[in-house]
Design a protein around this ligand. Structure first.
Ligand code: AP5
Ligand code: MG
Length: 187
């Protein structure tokens, strides 16, 4: 099963995606996590991505597409994957479609986490105080929210046409949200 977890920055993609992946026994892959590791290690990919990520802008499609291709071609992804943070643009969605089609697969479900904007900002600023992620500052958070609205939200319509989107209210406790997500995936 190939799933995608979609939602604004701070909506809980990482938190809920990991739990869902365990439950469904598929690997969870986050382009954000992979890129942050590349930045820390100072690899060529990390060097290309760093400034975009700090500002809260998307890393250009051509930079990220190689990474996505590598993920979907890996042996771990052969029977499915929980995709956190990609695709993020229509161009990336088309690339994912083509890569999956080449293995007679498709995006089976999109879990869409619905969280109010004040709550997103509150969560990200709380994490800033604890973890110091370089894009968890008010200016970058605002950019991330705008980028989500302009470039990633169009994917909702893209996948809704195929009937694969499952909307999950993303406020409340982590456990309650997880229950809702599992329930939503039954349909
Ligand atoms: P990415 O790492 O994907 O970040 P994001 O979309 O901004 O989202 P976050 O990881 O901040 O939030 P989340 O939705 O995962 O929520 P989480 O579970 O962490 O991307 C980062 C950057 O990388 C991008 O801006 C871009 O530059 C680049 N990038 C990545 N992928 C790319 C792509 N495909 N193409 C181009 N560029 C790409 O939760 C957030 C916080 O809230 C945590 O502290 C958590 O503990 C807390 N929390 C979770 N659930 C709850 C709850 N129910 N109640 C209270 N707090 C909660
Ligand atoms: Mg995340």
């Amino acid at each position: 099963m190939y799933l995608m977890i979609l939602g604004a920055p701070g909506s809980g993609k990482g938190t809920q995606g990991k739990l869902l992946a365990e439950f469904l026994r598929v690997p969870e892959v986050s382009t954000g996590e992979l890129l942050r590791t590349a930045v820390k290690q100072g690899t060529p990919l990390g060097k290309q991505a760093k400034t975009y990520m700090e500002r809260g802008e998307l890393v250009p499609d051509e930079v990220v597409l190689g990474l996505i291709e590598e993920i979907l071609d890996s042996r771990e992804a052969a029977r499915g994957v929980m995709m956190d943070g990609f695709p993020r643009t229509v161009a990336q969605a088309k690339a994912v479609d083509a890569l999956l089609a080449s293995k007679q697969a498709k995006v089976d479900r999109v879990v869409l986490l619905d969280v109010a904007e004040e709550e997103l900002i509150k969560r990200l600023l709380a994490r800033a105080a604890k973890e110091g992620r370089s894009d968890d500052n008010l200016e970058s958070i605002k950019t991330r929210l705008k980028v989500y609205h302009d470039q990633t939200q169009p994917l909702i319509a893209y996948y809704e046409k195929r009937g694969v989107v499952r909307r999950v209210p993303g406020m409340g406790s982590v456990d309650d949200i997880q229950k809702r997500a599992r329930e939503a995936l039954k349909a």
